[in-house]
Design a binder for this molecule. Structure first.
Ligand SMILES: Cc1cc2nc3c(=O)[nH]c(=O)nc-3n(C[C@H](O)[C@H](O)[C@H](O)COP(=O)(O)OP(=O)(O)OC[C@H]3O[C@@H](n4cnc5c(N)ncnc54)[C@H](O)[C@@H]3O)c2cc1C
Length: 452
């Protein structure tokens, strides 16, 4: 893991209800969720501390590389002119790999290279400080190199601050926003996150490979500031998961997302699977000669809506990955936009609760309704079955082969034999891959219900 230190281990610290508070709000974690929340609170005129364990925001954070930033329209007007962008995504692909074969759905739209844009590749070490700076300019106090090790709670269980790893490092506030990412220690201490997390957590591993700009342009068929986002299925061996490949200005990011349990069962190392992916005939020409400049790994909460913890307690809100809000639905691997959206809702709900003087769970309940009326919970709720479907045995182990077999038989010219019909080809591909037509129809229906 690239996150610093082992993290907090102590239980919540009991305190008497403070007579006065150091801050109105404390936000833990200066990732996209935390900075968005702090920005909203500061804009509402609230005193807010933004605590970050890294030496600067984004210093240790890992992700694939694409931000779908339209959610920023409501947070930083004009963000498209000032965000530190590597490339604007003008081409999106979903690729299914099976053995040495691949089948790709390739969509390009040059309009995405112009405002309002669809998505951009950006480095977290540039994106996170940019966002945190907006929060600071609005009045939030950023405190880096500071690990929050415990929640401070009054006798009635309400959260009223945090303990940090600094000497005399207790800070009190009327409300705490836990934006401390996947495996949130704060959510655990508050009793909101428990159970079998390993079954719905994946490990993301990523390599950044330096390549000259012109080489990337040529290989990926883009020009200027245009870039490509490729999501992959069928590239993780026996481990449930998927892959990604994104273009930056002068590097590409390639990685895998691997189910923790499957990884342990398969007894295979992630870097070996990644090396295999880079050798695949459809991928090797794209990454050839790339110089490894970074290897990183991080956990991802992939359970979606069905595994989300409660989002609110007395004096406490969870946002972003801490609340399990990463969307992992095959064609989509998005977490930053959900972190931004939930951070904004959390910041606004906390500001409203502070204004009414009620930061109990009831006073903070506006958070949930705001999330529900935004894409954050709406998408998660509608796509609640997607993680199960995408990570299912058939989807992972059988459909990549079935689709490649089907494509192969459609594209192969087998004269002098007459061409068989698509239905016959599909039936044959299904049989070869051990899929009953009944299950195929059932999964297609579930897929339609889930994504439709
Ligand atoms: C390999 C990989 C690929 C991904 N690809 C994409 C992608 O391409 N696009 C996308 O949108 N999403 C992607 N994601 C998901 C995305 O990274 C997350 O969903 C997103 O970063 C969540 O934001 P967050 O602010 O909730 O948490 P984080 O970004 O994890 O931020 C949490 C912050 O809290 C800090 N922190 C943690 N504990 C403490 C503590 N105790 N005290 C103080 N500070 C603390 C951390 O240092 C960190 O800065 C990917 C994730 C991985 C791992």
């Amino acid at each position: 893991m690239s996150d610093r230190g082992a993290g907090p281990s102590t239980a919540a610290v009991p305190i008497p209800r403070p007579q006065r508070y150091d801050f109105d709000a404390i936000v833990v974690g200066a990732g996209p969720a935390g900075s968005a929340a702090a920005l909203e609170l500061a804009r509402a005129g609230r005193s807010v501390a933004l605590l970050e364990r890294g030496p600067f925001p984004g210093s240790k954070n890992v992700y694939g590389g694409v931000v779908y930033g339209r959610v920023l329209d409501g947070l930083i007007p004009g963000w498209q002119q000032e965000m530190p962008v590597q490339r604007w995504v003008t081409r999106r692909q979903t690729m299914v790999l099976s053995g040495a074969r691949s089948l790709t759905v390739d969509f390009r739209n040059e309009n995405w290279g112009r405002a309002p844009h669809n998505g951009a590749t950006t480095h977290r070490a540039e994106f996170d400080p940019w966002l945190a700076e907006h929060a600071q300019r609005a009045g939030a106090v950023l405190v880096p190199s500071t690990v929050v090790v415990a929640l401070l709670r009054t006798a009635d269980g309400a959260v009223h601050g945090v303990r940090t790893d600094r000497p005399d490092g207790d800070l009190t506030a009327r409300v705490v926003l836990a934006c401390d990412g996947v495996n949130s220690f704060l959510a655990k201490q508050a009793g909101l996150l428990g159970g079998d997390q390993a079954s719905h957590t994946t490990l993301g591993v990523k390599e950044t490979l330096a390549l000259p700009r012109g080489v990337i342009d040529e290989r990926f068929g883009v020009t200027g500031s245009g870039g490509v986002d490729v999501e992959m299925l069928g590239c993780t061996g026996k481990v449930p998961g998927g892959g990604f490949l994104y273009t930056n200005a002068e590097s590409v990011s390639i990685g895998l997302v691997l189910g923790l349990r499957g990884l342990a069962r398969a007894k295979v190392r992630p870097e070996h699977l990644l090396a295999e992916l880079k050798r695949h005939p459809s991928i090797a020409p794209l990454v050839r000669g790339g110089e490894l400049v970074e290897y990183s790994a991080h956990l991802i909460p992939e359970g979606g809506y069905r595994t989300m913890p409660p989002l609110i307690a007395d004096g406490l809100l969870l946002a972003g990955d801490a609340a399990g809000m990463c969307l992992a639905a095959g064609i989509w691997l998005e977490g930053v936009n959900f972190a931004l959206g939930s951070g904004m809702c959390a910041g606004r709900a906390a500001a409203t609760a502070l204004a009414t003087g009620d930061t109990s769970a009831a006073g903070l309940a506006g958070y949930r309704s705001a999330l529900r009326s935004s894409f954050v919970l709406a998408d998660h709720e509608r796509l609640r079955d997607a993680p199960g479907l995408v990570l299912s045995e058939r989807m992972q182990q059988r459909y990549p082969g079935l689709l490649c077999d089907f494509a192969e038989s459609v594209f192969a010219v087998d004269n002098p034999r007459p061409k068989p019909g698509f239905r016959a080809l599909l039936r044959r591909a299904a049989k070869r891959n051990g899929v009953r037509m009944r299950d195929l129809a059932k999964d297609a229906l579930t897929g339609l219900r889930t994504f439709g």
